[in-house]
Design a protein around this ligand. Sequence first.
Ligand code: SAM
Length: 267
Amino acid sequence: MSRQFRGSQSCLRAKKSLGQNFCIDERIPNEIIKELNPSNDYSVWEIGPGKGALTKRILDTGADLHLFEIDERLKDILEELSPKEKITWGDFLELKNEDLPVPTKPLLVCGNLPYYCGTPIIKRFLEKGPTPVRMVFLLQHEVALKASVPVNHKEYSYLSVHTALFAKARIGSNKYGPASFVPQPKIDSSLLILEPIQMSEQERQKRLNALKYISALFNQRRKIALSTLKRTFPETTDWIERFSKLGIDEKARPENISPEQFLELFN
Ligand code: SAM
């Protein structure tokens, strides 16, 4: 079933603080490549290439690849795979848009993301851009699930709404257990496949603005949404009238309100 990669056998000690669980299961790069579908028609960014388990597979497709890696101990391994100028060292979350390379072709983004900062990395793309054609990430299974479920699902949450406001999302078909990585994490992992919605800056700001209300609602997810709004934002709107105008049940909880309804409600 799983095959050890050459890179994973190097004696470099994994740093827990950097979320280093190196992939040793070739089904993972297989599924990422299938979903990402890179080729020489695309620029591809890989976040957190580690020892290159996925990197080699992307390079084989002829895509124009740029790597972002925080751990400079991986320099020898990664510079053997990729030209120096195609590697940015440092914390991806610290990079401003103007520090990022300019893709020469439509952009695809992928990575087996560290668990401690997978969600912030995704949010960074969705909220600030750039807007890739497709993004495929390996994440903690629960996070991939929450990010991809529809309204009224038991896992529907702030992350589901946040993701849906900026992208079409679905979860990959496989769940990978701890044995797919070295060292073994305590959790299962799955792919999250995102197709970001192309939108104007004005539309993006409108959606970001709606998020502050949505976040306040999901902080009290078991409470009736209308009561929370009346209590938290009493001045801004006649919430009863707004619910009635949009046909949203006055007794609805946040988990019963769809991303589209949230958008209408808060704009
Ligand atoms: N892609 C490799 C694999 O599948 O074996 C490594 C995956 S490991 C889960 C996460 C990688 O992200 C590590 O190489 C780690 O050093 C890197 N990383 C962690 N935090 C990062 C950050 N803030 N910016 C860029 N890379 C980061």
